[in-house]
Write a protein that binds this ligand. Structure first.
Ligand SMILES: [Zn+2]
Ligand SMILES: [Zn+2]
Length: 220
């Protein structure tokens, strides 16, 4: 079994680190593989092709949905189009923090697409216990495969949740194993250090974007 985090942000969206650094650092904290899932861009994922899973956290009209493919995805944003895209390209798709509606979870819309999805994020390190609990109950009652991810935007959050996957640590093998359901979620929780780092990053990011609104965080 290998340890895989399927939801990580780099500086190509709103994370603090480069994709290259995240791949390296994740190994230091004991993860075998991570997915780079920036908001609405595969630019960061492309940089670590072959060394990480390639994904995006797509901002659909109803909220956040993560998609991970065997290639850097260029997915449509409309929810039903995204579901079709995932089916057609054998991608893993899951609503992220679905019941954390203050952070753009898709909320009740998940019930409309329940027959179209196979996975759901049942533990997101940044989501409150109540919304993670709701997602877990949904997975149990509807027979969905539950996933646990860090949703890391800072390096200290890596390792705060992961999935045990029965696979070799190659991205294409992991994707195949996931689609076969050979996965078990492991919620851990954020350390005090990680929580502090998340708060600090929130303010540093705001400041940097205010100073340089036209540049990505990677360039600052
Ligand atoms: Zn999200
Ligand atoms: Zn996220």
């Amino acid at each position: 079994m290998i340890k895989v985090d399927l939801h990580v942000h780099s500086c190509f969206s709103d994370g603090s680190e480069t994709p290259e650094f995240l791949v390296e650092y994740s190994r230091k904290v004991g993860l075998d593989l991570i997915a780079i899932t920036d908001h609405d861009t595969s630019e960061g994922a492309i940089r670590v092709r072959g060394k990480a899973l390639l994904g995006q956290e797509v901002t659909t009209e109803h909220g956040h949905v993560v998609i991970i493919c065997n290639f850097p995805p260029d997915p449509p944003r409309r929810l039903y189009d995204l579901l079709d895209y995932a089916d057609q390209n054998s991608c893993v798709l899951f609503p992220s923090h679905p019941f954390d509606v203050t952070r753009a979870g898709i909320g009740k819309v998940i019930f409309q697409i329940i027959d179209r999805i196979k996975f759901v994020e049942i533990y997101n390190s940044k989501a409150p216990p109540s919304s993670n609990g709701k997602a877990k109950n949904l997975a149990v009652s509807k027979g969905l495969i539950g996933l646990a991810n860090s949703d890391a935007h800072v390096k200290e959050a890596l390792g705060s949740a992961y999935n045990l996957v029965d696979s070799e640590a190659r991205p294409e093998d992991v994707l195949e194993a996931l689609l076969k359901g050979k996965v078990e979620p492991v919620p851990v929780g954020l350390s005090a250090k990680a929580k502090l780092s998340i708060v600090k990053w929130y303010f540093v990011r705001k400041l940097r974007l205010a100073e340089n609104p036209c540049r990505t965080l990677c360039e600052m």
